[in-house]
Structures are given as C-alpha cells and as structure tokens.
Design a protein around this ligand. Structure first.
Ligand code: DQA
Length: 149
C-alpha cells in the first residue's frame, strides 16, 4: 500500500536554526530537524515532504497545494502563526488534519506570541518540546490518518 504523505512546513527564520537565539531554540539546525522527521517517518511508515520558506505567500501556496495531494500537515508557522490570517484561511481550506508546532513554549514568552491564528485550524498544538515536538506532531498526524482511514 502507498504510504500516506505528510507535508512538514516551516516558516520564516527557521532556516537560521542553530545560529539564531540558541538559548531559546537550541543548537540543532533545520537539517537536523529534517533528519529527525525522516527518522520518525520511517518508524511511522509515512512519507514526508519537508520545506522551509521566509515568504508568507509561498507558505500559503504550499498549504493550498496540499489539498488532494497530502494526507496531513505539520506546520511550524514561526512568526506568521501570530500574524497571518491568510495562512489560517489556507489551512482551513485544505480540510486536512493539521498539527501546529513551536519549539519554544510560546506561552512563557512575550504576550504577542501567546496567540496564534494557525491554532484555529489545528487539531492540536505542540510547543516547548524543542525539535522533538516535530516527531510528536508526526506521530499525532499519522495516528489521525490511521484512525480516520
Ligand atoms: C517559533 C516561535 C515563534 O514565536 C517565533 O516567531 C519563531 C519560532 C518556535 O518554534 O518556537 O520563529 O515558532
């Protein structure tokens, strides 16, 4: 049987992981995150398509492309989670299980990080678990795909 496709999307500045505020985000790079996701995907018997962009429009287009192509989405929208209604609308439009990930615990940080628009489209939100949050998110989406056939 064909493995289900889960698209793992990363928003702005996540290409700078490892260099960027390591005291908050740690020292792992985005390549390390991709490796961790690939390992989780093997275990879960799913295929992943792992991407990062700094552009809001590109992120919206990538979400739209998931409709009819993917079985689920894991997204770290980074700062666009806090600002982008366009991203929320795209995630609502694709009608797929979505898990939102933030490496840091956004609720222990500045007040402007406490709210995310993306959460309104997400089945669940994982924050504060570092890069391992991505593996938990993949597990959650894979479970939803299996449960919902
Ligand atoms: C982040 C949290 C956001 O508030 C921030 O803008 C990021 C990264 C995280 O993974 O902790 O860029 O999404």
């Amino acid at each position: 049987m064909k493995r289900p496709l889960i698209v793992v999307l990363n928003g702005p500045n996540l290409n700078m992981l490892g260099l960027r505020q390591p005291e908050i985000y740690g020292e792992a790079t985005l390549d390390d995150v991709e490796q961790l996701c690939l390992q989780a995907a093997e275990r879960l018997d799913v295929t992943i398509d792992f991407r990062q962009t700094n552009g809001e429009g590109e992120l919206v287009s990538w979400v739209q492309e998931c409709r009819g192509r993917a079985s689920g989405i894991v997204i770290n929208p980074a700062a666009y989670g806090h600002t982008s209604i366009a991203l929320l609308d795209a995630l609502l439009a694709v009608e797929l299980p979505v898990i939102e990930v933030h490496m840091s615990n956004i609720h222990r940080r500045e007040a402007f990080r406490h709210h995310t628009y993306v959460s309104q489209a997400a089945r669940g939100v994982i924050c504060g678990l570092g890069i391992r949050g991505y593996a938990h998110a993949l597990q959650a989406v894979a479970d939803m795909i299996e449960d919902e056939g």
